[in-house]
Design a protein around this ligand. Structure first.
Ligand SMILES: Cc1cc2nc3c(=O)[nH]c(=O)nc-3n(C[C@H](O)[C@H](O)[C@H](O)COP(=O)(O)OP(=O)(O)OC[C@H]3O[C@@H](n4cnc5c(N)ncnc54)[C@H](O)[C@@H]3O)c2cc1C
Length: 420
């Protein structure tokens, strides 16, 4: 039994084999699993990288029937039933659960990949943090009005959370840590192509989000597209060119390119087409789950969104179906149970669209958001670390690790001020 990907879907699948005696191999290109919903807090120095990642070795330590290996899967030999790794190894399987997630989608916008920073992986988040603090350091030694313009592209949950956190960070840091800078030197611009924010939520929650972000100093540009990104500047669809010291791309995700390398049928968005029971390609032994798959929420129903809950539920479902097949039983169709969606804006402000038509906003949604993220984090150490960090930050406005490390990746999201 092989699981490719130690994200939300892969780990839910792994847990599905607890106590069953089935031998499982888990492979991931990283030796850790990442809690993506809190990456923006790493990027804005609210949390440390280790708080939102969990060692994959630790996941199998108390599961003697499971083993983990670090490796990049580059293909599958279906005739030999082996997953092929980039280092030349091959991992044999009788059943396969493919849970390789998604990648950043730049929607073909010219220069976006080269000249903006995404926050999809832990490396991305650390790079944003390093770049952000490099810009603050440079501006402090040469303060100029308007030098600190931050552009966030995409008004979904990722863009909203990033813009809100940036506004909060600048408000807290500029006054306390950088004596030569004033809040008026900084500008956070959130650009969204649609006419509202948080398109997946009820319209009234989107309007509330615009109001709250604006109140916190974020300039929200709705109905505005990004035409091109060049080093240190964004060209908007309206023709306006915005000079920016940091450009964060949070406009969307595309399914992992692995789907295109393994002889699978793909949707237009690149997700693997799966049957009602989540198997794909007409194969009796291969399941695709999470962001990489286009799983119907119920037979004949709409495709589940690329979010944590559908990934977790689909991973658990695939494991259950494999156990049924081992017992000689028929598989069952996947039925997604929508538990709601949430996004946070900043201190005391969040939106939550829960089951049974209940919408929350403001402080109650914020508290619900904090509690949910705390309980869904992996590992007691991480939960405690995040709880302490949040409590301390709430009381003191203190920010976490503001370290500039390992920022030189060669990408030119913006020229540093020294280069300008
Ligand atoms: C910044 C951000 C914020 C988000 N916020 C929320 C939120 O608030 N609420 C919510 O519900 N959802 C949120 N999401 C979406 C949610 O994180 C994803 O839907 C979820 O992680 C999907 O789970 P998955 O298991 O399919 O993929 P992932 O969790 O991405 O896991 C995929 C795993 O596969 C590994 N992998 C990929 N390719 C290979 C390969 N070729 N070989 C080996 N390993 C490979 C990766 O390293 C990764 O560990 C957010 C996503 C991002 C990026």
């Amino acid at each position: 039994m092989l699981i490719i990907g130690a994200g939300f879907a892969g780990l839910a699948a792994l847990a599905g084999f607890d106590g069953t005696g089935v031998k499982v191999t888990l492979v991931d290109r990283h030796n850790y699993t990442t809690f993506q919903p809190l990456l923006y807090q790493v990027a804005t120095a609210g949390l440390d990288a280790g708080d939102v990642a969990f060692s994959a070795r630790q996941l199998v330590r108390h599961r003697p029937w499971a083993e983990f290996t670090t490796g990049e899967v580059v293909g599958i030999d279906w005739s030999r039933k082996e997953a092929l790794l980039s280092d030349g190894r091959a991992l044999a399987f009788d059943f396969l659960i493919l849970a390789a997630g998604a990648v950043t989608n730049y929607f073909g916008v010219s220069g976006a990949e080269e000249n903006s920073l995404a926050i999809y992986t832990l490396e991305d988040a650390l790079e944003v943090r390093a770049r952000l603090y490099s810009q603050l350091e440079a501006a402090d030694s040469n303060p100029t009005d308007g030098a600190l313009t931050f552009v966030v592209v995409g008004g979904g949950a990722t863009g909203v959370e990033m813009a809100g956190a940036l506004a909060e960070l600048l408000h807290a840091s500029l006054e306390r840590d950088y004596p030569h800078l004033r809040p008026s030197f900084a500008r956070v611009l959130l650009v969204e192509r649609q006419d509202g924010l948080l398109g997946a939520f009820d319209e009234s929650l989107g309007r509330y989000t615009v109001k709250e972000l604006s109140r916190r100093g974020v300039e929200v540009r709705l109905g505005e597209s990004v035409k091109e990104i060049r080093p240190g500047e964004v060209q908007l669809g309206s023709g306006e060119v915005v000079k920016a010291c940091l450009i964060v791309w949070g406009a969307g995700v595309a399914a992992s390119p692995l789907g295109a390398k393994i002889d699978a049928e793909l949707t237009r968005a690149g997700r693997i087409v799966v049957a009602d029971d989540l198997r794909f390609g007409g194969r009796p032994d291969a399941f695709a789950v999470g962001d990489i798959a286009a799983a119907p929420m119920a037979p004949g129903g709409e495709i589940a969104p690329q979010l944590a809950q559908p990934a977790i539920q689909a991973g658990a479902h695939a494991a259950k179906q494999i156990l049924r097949l081992i017992e000689g039983k028929e598989t069952e169709a996947f039925h997604y149970r929508d538990k709601g969606t949430m996004a946070t804006i900043g201190r005391h402000a969040a939106v939550a669209q829960l089951n049974w038509g209940i919408d929350l906003r403001g402080a109650p949604a914020w508290i619900a958001w904090l509690a949910l993220h705390l309980v869904t984090l992996l590992g007691m150490r991480n939960r405690l670390a995040v709880l302490v960090n949040w409590a301390w930050r709430y009381l003191s406005w203190w920010r976490g690790p503001r370290l500039i490390v390992g920022a030189e990746t060669g990408r030119s999201a913006a020229p540093t001020r020294a280069q300008e």
